[in-house]
Design a binder for this molecule. Structure first.
Ligand code: XMP
Length: 518
């Protein structure tokens, strides 16, 4: 399969470039700017994209392409497209001039297309593009031509047709550049990539690979949470090796209402997973979380307890079913390939709890989804026959409702939150907006305020409603819902949920707030 390699210079849109190219049918991989030449050669790139980045070429220690890498690409005539910082870098490293600028040009800009052929083929004379830059190209090296300009940027796109080197100052990968997809498609055509990245082919190959790896006797174990990634992993492996897949579902007592019943029904009853094992650990989790207030401590306790429960269940199953040799995990591409931006920020704010297990379990790992993006995983899930409701369910954090109850957790608070959350989701679905939202959920605030119901004074807790729109959870905006809908949800929660007498709507964006409360 032919690949386009994206070299990451720290731009926030690296994964977005990669997803766009895959949507166009070409497989991609992201590598860091300082990757070795050997790594690049091993990947056999059909073309290269140099991403944007926050630096100026003139910053001390700003990332550059290794000379060996650049030389290899030029000698082998590998087509290259530079975006934003990448656009400067090609010119800078080939002897042109970049002009530093104190001010930044940011946002919607009109592009004047000078040559609507090659990279800019099929574009009109004027197009809208999304700009975000300080520096700009002032002088092109020999062999390069200006393809487009803007009011403030005389070389907004360039090309060297002989060597197939191109650059754009703006971001073709973002939705704000309406013709961006055409530009990327033009580049794919210039590079002569065959567009053979198809999910149908992927499924067939993945099944073969799993069968071959596991063999005809061995068994695979998997932590199945009912989330998209673990569910699709389970379906795929089940399809490959049938009931030699043993899935373990852990009820940590922090799940949404009826979730433990629904997941069992889906997999055991509807999809015929004969070896679906249910580990009820509600009591253990709640006991260990008793009186714990600190968010990080909660997360750690939940992570450790999960591993313990999973390990115990595995040992129990190993006794009953010999030859459990593999542990499957639902790791997906963005979990594995941190771009320079993601590695700097998010991870340290909250210690994420996912289904990672200690190495001393001596099981070999299978990660069939490790090269895929979430939207690809979802499409595969649908093709494999998973229910649409499960595939398009909003993300739910590993530590579950524990991070949606501020402070101490107990069964009573969990039950209150479950009831409120069920009403919220019911109304959001009824209004037909569930799928357009990234997440919608209730949060329990351990604060009591005074209210009145009938002729009686009440003194009860507050429920906060958190509804956000987002593309990838890195940033998020609160959803500007219709007042009538919010009123209906608030009224139902106060009337129907014992323990809540006040509902507030969270109007914070991320950043500076996070999506979850803890
Ligand atoms: P924050 O709260 O950091 O959340 O803005 C970003 C996204 O991640 C989800 N989230 C988690 N997912 N394990 C997960 O698998 C976790 O520990 C975890 N904590 C937060 C959150 O729901 C949101 O979509």
């Amino acid at each position: 399969m032919e690949k386009i390699i994206i070299i990451d210079f720290g731009g926030q849109y690296c994964h977005l470039i990669s997803r766009r190219i895959r949507e166009l049918g070409v497989f991609t991989e992201i590598i860091p700017f300082d990757a070795d030449l050997n790594k690049l050669i091993e990947l056999k790139p059909k073309a290269i994209i140099l991403s944007g980045g926050p630096n100026s070429i003139y910053d001390d220690g700003s990332p550059k392409l290794k000379n060996t890498v650049l030389k290899y690409m030029l000698e082998n005539n590998i087509p290259m497209l530079g975006i934003c910082y990448g656009h400067h870098l090609i010119i800078h490293q080939l002897g042109g001039i970049i002009e530093p600028h104190d001010y930044k040009e940011y946002g919607k800009t009109y592009l004047e297309v000078i040559e609507n052929r090659t990279l800019l083929s099929s574009l009109n004379r004027e197009e809208i593009v999304w700009m975000s830059h300080g520096d700009q190209v002032r002088e092109l090296p020999e062999g390069f031509k200006t393809l487009a300009k803007t009011k403030n940027c005389p070389i907004a796109a360039y090309g060297n047709e002989n060597r197939k080197l191109y650059g754009v100052q703006f971001h073709p990968e973002v939705g704000h550049t309406p013709k961006g997809k055409i530009i990327l498609e033009n580049f794919i055509n210039i590079a002569g990539c065959s567009r053979d990245w198809k999910l149908e082919n992927w499924i067939e190959k993945a099944l073969e690979k799993i069968k071959k790896q596991v063999g005809s006797e061995n068994k695979v174990i998997l932590g199945l949470s009912g989330g998209v990634d673990s569910s699709v992993t389970a379906m795929l492996i089940h399809k490959a090796i049938g009931n030699r897949l043993h899935s373990i579902f852990v009820n940590n007592g922090l799940l949404r209402k009826n979730e433990e019943i629904e997941v069992q029904e889906t997999f055991r009853d509807q999809l015929g997973f004969a070896n679906f094992h249910y580990a009820d650990a509600e009591e253990l989790f709640l006991e260990r979380l008793k009186n714990v207030e600190n968010p990080e401590e909660k997360r750690k306790i939940i992570g450790h307890t999960f591993i313990k429960v999973f390990e115990n269940k595995t040992v129990e199953l190993e006794r009953e079913y010999p030859n459990i040799k593999y542990l499957a995990q639902g790791t997906i591409y963005p979990d594995r390939v941190e771009t320079a931006t993601t590695s700097k920020s998010a991870a340290k704010i909250k210690s994420h709890h996912n289904l990672t297990l200690p190495e001393d379990m001596k099981l070999e790992i299978i990660e069939p989804l490790k090269d895929l993006y979430k939207d690809e995983v979802r499409r595969i899930g649908i093709k494999l026959g998973l229910p649409k409701d499960l595939i398009y369910r909003h993300p739910f954090p590993g530590p579950g409702l524990a991070v949606r109850i501020v402070g101490v957790i107990d069964k009573e608070r969990l039950d209150i939150l479950r009831e409120a959350d069920t009403i919220l989701i019911e109304e959001i679905k009824k209004a037909g907006i569930y799928e357009s939202l990234w997440q919608a959920f209730c949060v329990f605030l351990p604060l009591k305020t005074v209210g009145i119901m009938g002729d009686f004074r009440t003194y009860e807790y507050i429920c906060s409603i958190r509804i956000v729109e987002s593309l990838d959870a890195m940033t998020a905006n609160f959803a500007k819902l219709d007042w009538d809908l919010l009123e209906k949800i608030g009224t139902r929660i106060v009337n129907e949920v014992k323990g809540i007498n006040r509902v507030v709507y969270d109007i914070s964006n991320k950043p500076p707030s996070t999506i979850e409360y803890e």
